[in-house]
Design a protein around this ligand. Structure first.
Ligand code: GLN
Length: 535
């Protein structure tokens, strides 16, 4: 008999930003270490049909999956902490659910019936969750937002129904806040009590509580919370702020979270072996060496906009037992002059992906500086594009070189739309999204770093290196080391007369994991360490 799939429904209470996504990801990591096959689903209450169009300043980065889904950044945590492969079916917004129901209604699938939140929206939510729950032992379903929000009600109702239908095969875990009030010198349980009451009012009794606090909860406080919230005392856990997010699996295991969840779901599993995570924590907190990376970008105040990038750089550090200091430099400031003032003392320079003209000249200036001073340089997506523009202008003598994105009329658009894209009006439709193969040329830095001739990486961009200018770039010494031969596109560039100068059109940061650091980031951090030693 096929074993039934088990479900953990994760909700959040009191305030947002409690780290529900990280908690869910860490629990998934532990359950995998117990030998289970795990997947994740994130239900987002907002109305946007496509998280890809949301401003990163408001919502953090857009995480891109292999199948080209533009998703919430929590999906990035899921992939980094586990082996789960996440795709379009793992993230649903209210907008997508309503869109599906309204389309069915337009097609007449409800046969003239009155279409309502219950049962039609809730059924669509349940159907979407079930559809993603195949070939795994356990599904962790995270409901975005905070209990009590109007927006999340249909999701919570759907989850309530699913929990009832699944009986012993589903549990719910509520992540809540236990604030420490300085004046009273006490941790306060009232917000948690209210949050659980709110959940119970809509028919959901949480089975587990994960209490975020700045210190571990004393046993008697756990018992008090348990009593007031109608929960078994050994199912109330502390969750403190950890020094590195990679310490979270270990911390939750010490609290007994995975043990108790597995028992409650009737899953007989082995004890997890956490040695690899422990070493990651050790290298994160007590690295042998340290480097500083200058990141020249636009969203310097909200570093969540570069979440995966920041993590991938840290993974590169972990690979080298090296701490990585990130210094975000506003490219517009560089435009006012004095690039050396901002970047003179960094060990390497990175220009990340981005959209829009603001600050691009500052990025170009930073790249010129890195190229001329032989400082390790890594350009990602827009970073590659700006490196090509810089090289075209300052080395090839193409003084009007630019990207078509920033200059509609230049005759030297070294970055341009492909012929097949020109004339397509709908911007969204022209984005190259998701995984594409890339062939690496023998004898290049890229080929050496990856150690194989063909790779697959994730894309999210509209513009490409203009093939008309390939010969000129190559004649002046740029190496086009990675190509998509099927579509005849440049994917990786490098400069041989430089210790480490590489740009890629794709986003390698989406595929880096602490247990499996991306080779480009590992090599880039190594180059930063070497540069530091040379100075
Ligand atoms: N704006 C550029 C493009 O659309 C780069 C995008 C990116 O860096 N993700 O091609």
């Amino acid at each position: 008999m096929k074993k039934p799939t088990k479900f953990i429904f994760v909700t959040g209470g009191v305030v947002s930003s409690l780290g529900k996504g990280l908690a869910a990801a860490s629990i998934g990591a532990l359950m995998e270490l117990r030998g289970l096959r795990v997947t994740f689903i994130k239900l987002d209450p907002y109305i946007n049909v496509d998280p890809g169009t949301m401003n990163p300043l408001q919502h953090g980065e857009v995480f891109v999956t292999d199948d080209g889904a533009e998703t919430d950044l929590d999906l990035g945590h899921y992939e980094r902490f586990s082996r789960a492969s996440i795709g379009k079916g793992n993230n649903f917004t209210s907008g997508q659910i309503y869109d599906a129901v309204i389309s069915k209604e337009r097609r007449g699938e409800y046969l003239g019936g009155t279409v309502q939140v219950i049962p039609h929206i809730t059924d669509e939510i349940k159907r979407s969750v079930e559809a993603a729950a195949h070939d795994v032992d356990l599904v962790i379903v995270e409901i975005g937002g905070t209990v009590g929000d109007i927006e999340s009600l249909p999701f919570l109702e759907a989850v309530r129904q699913m929990k009832l239908e699944k009986g012993e095969h589903a549990v719910s875990l509520h992540v809540t806040l236990v604030p420490y009030i300085k004046a009273a010198g006490e941790l306060k349980t009232k917000p948690t009590q209210h949050s659980v009451r709110e959940l119970r009012a809509i028919g959901m009794q949480p089975d587990f509580l994960l209490c975020r606090a700045d210190r571990e909860l004393p046993e008697e406080m756990k018992r008090k919370i348990a009593l007031f919230c109608n929960i078994q005392a050994d199912r109330v856990f502390s969750c403190i702020d950890v020094d590195t997010i990679y310490a979270l699996p270990g911390f939750l295991h010490k609290e007994g979270v995975d043990d108790k969840l597995a028992a409650a779901l009737g899953m007989w599993t082995r004890e997890p072996v956490l040695d690899a995570w422990k070493e990651i924590v050790r290298r994160s907190l007590q690295p042998q060496e340290r480097v500083t990376i200058g990141i020249v970008g636009k969203y310097v105040d909200l570093t969540d906009a570069y979440k995966s990038l920041n993590e991938a750089l840290r993974h590169g550090g972990i690979a080298n037992d090296c701490g990585v200091e990130l210094r975000f430099v506003d490219s517009e400031k560089i435009e006012q002059g004095g690039v050396e003032r901002f970047l003179g003392d960094v060990d390497a320079i990175l220009v990340p992906g981005g959209f829009g003209v603001r600050g691009t000249e500052g990025k170009i200036e930073a790249i010129r500086y890195a190229r001329e001073q032989k400082i390790p340089f890594f350009g990602i997506c827009l970073g590659l594009q700006m490196a090509v523009v810089e090289f075209a202008r300052n080395v090839c003598g193409l003084t009007r070189a630019n990207s078509r994105e920033f200059n509609a009329t230049t005759d030297q658009a070294v970055i341009d739309l492909m012929a097949s894209q020109i004339g397509v009006v709908n911007k969204g439709a022209t984005m190259r999204l998701g995984a594409y193969p890339c062939q690496l040329q023998e004898g290049t830095l890229a080929r050496r770093i990856y150690g194989r001739p063909e790779i697959s990486e994730r894309h999210r961009h509209r513009y490409e290196v203009n093939n008309t200018f390939r010969a000129s770039l190559q004649d002046h010494g740029m190496i086009l080391s990675g190509l998509n031969t099927a579509h005849d596109l440049v994917e990786v560039i490098e400069l041989p007369e430089h210790p480490w100068f590489l740009g890629c059109q794709y986003h390698p940061e989406f595929k880096s994991r602490p247990l499996d650091p991306h080779p480009l980031f590992a090599s880039f951090i190594r180059a930063a360490m070497d540069h530091q030693a040379r100075r």
